[in-house]
Design a protein around this ligand. Sequence first.
Ligand code: GDP
Ligand code: MG
Length: 291
Amino acid sequence: MKKQEQNYKCGVVSILGLPNSGKSTLINNILKKKISIISSKVQTTRNAVKGILTNEKDQIIFIDTPGLSPTKSYLNREMSKSIYNSLIQSNINLIIFDSNTKILQSKKNLFTKLIDKKKKNFLVLNKVDLVKKQDLLKISKELNDLYDFNETFYISALRKTGFQELLFHLRRNIPKGPWMYNNKEITDQKQEFIISEITREKIFHLMNQEIPYSVKIESKIINKNNIIKIFQTIFVNKKSQKPILLGKNGDKIKKIGIRSRKDMEKKLNKKVYLDILISVENKQQKNYENN
Ligand code: GDP
Ligand code: MG
C-alpha cells in the first residue's frame, strides 16, 4: 500500500429487500444518477448493479439486487443466486423495508435468511413519508425483536431524507483498505452500462414482455470529434424473439432506436449515431455474470 493510501477505506454494501421496497430508488438517489431502472413493476432489476460512491478517502460499492419473493424457494433460482453472491461479497447488508406495508410471517422468514451474522446488518425503514411516527417505531421494534440489527435508519429514498445519517454510518463501518475501483474505471463502466440500460428501458416499455427484461445488451462507445458512435447488440435467447423485436418492416426496433438515441443524446450531451444489431444467443454459451 502506498503511503497516502494508508487511511483509505473501501467496502461493499448489499441493498436487500422485497420487491418495491425502494432499493433502486435508494441507490439512484444516493448516487444522483439513474443507473438502474425504477419501476413499480416487480423484479425489473436483473443483475446486482454496482454503484460506486467515492468521497475523499472512502469508497462504497453498492450492490442492488433483484427483488426477492417471499413465496418462491430461496437460492434455487438464478435471481436468488445473484443475491446470494452479493451477500457473500459484501461487508454490510442494508435490509430495506417498506414501512408502509404489513410485517407478514413470510417476510419475517425471509428477513432471517437475509441476515448474515458475520456481517453488519443495518435495517433501513424506507418510505417514512407515508407512515406516522408511532407506527414507524412499532415496526422498528417488531423487526429489531426479530433480529438485533446493528443500526436502524429511517429514510425516504424518494424524498432523499435520512441519507446523511445512513452514509455517515456506512463510511464508518467499511473496512480499511485500498479502493477497488479507480476514478477512470468508475466513469468508463458507468457510461456503457447506462447506455445499455437506456435501450433496455425502451425495450421494456415497448415490447409488452414478449422480450424478457433480462435480455442481454452490449454497447460499444466510440468518441469521434463531435459525434458519438454507439454500437449495440441485443442478444435474444430464442430465434422466435428476433422477428418480434424487429417488428413489421423493422418498425419496432426502429422505434426503440429512435427513443434510445434521444435519451442517449440527452445523457451524453452530444449527437449520437446509434447502430443496433439483434443477435440470437446460443443457449450453451450463455453464462450468468453473477455466478
Ligand atoms: P425496488 O423494487 O426495491 O428496487 O423498488 P423501487 O426503487 O423500484 O421502488 C418501488 C416504488 O416505490 C417506486 O414507485 C418508487 O417511486 C416508490 N418509492 C421508493 N422509495 C420511496 C419513498 O421513500 N417514499 C415513497 N412514497 N415512495 C417510494
Ligand atoms: Mg429494483
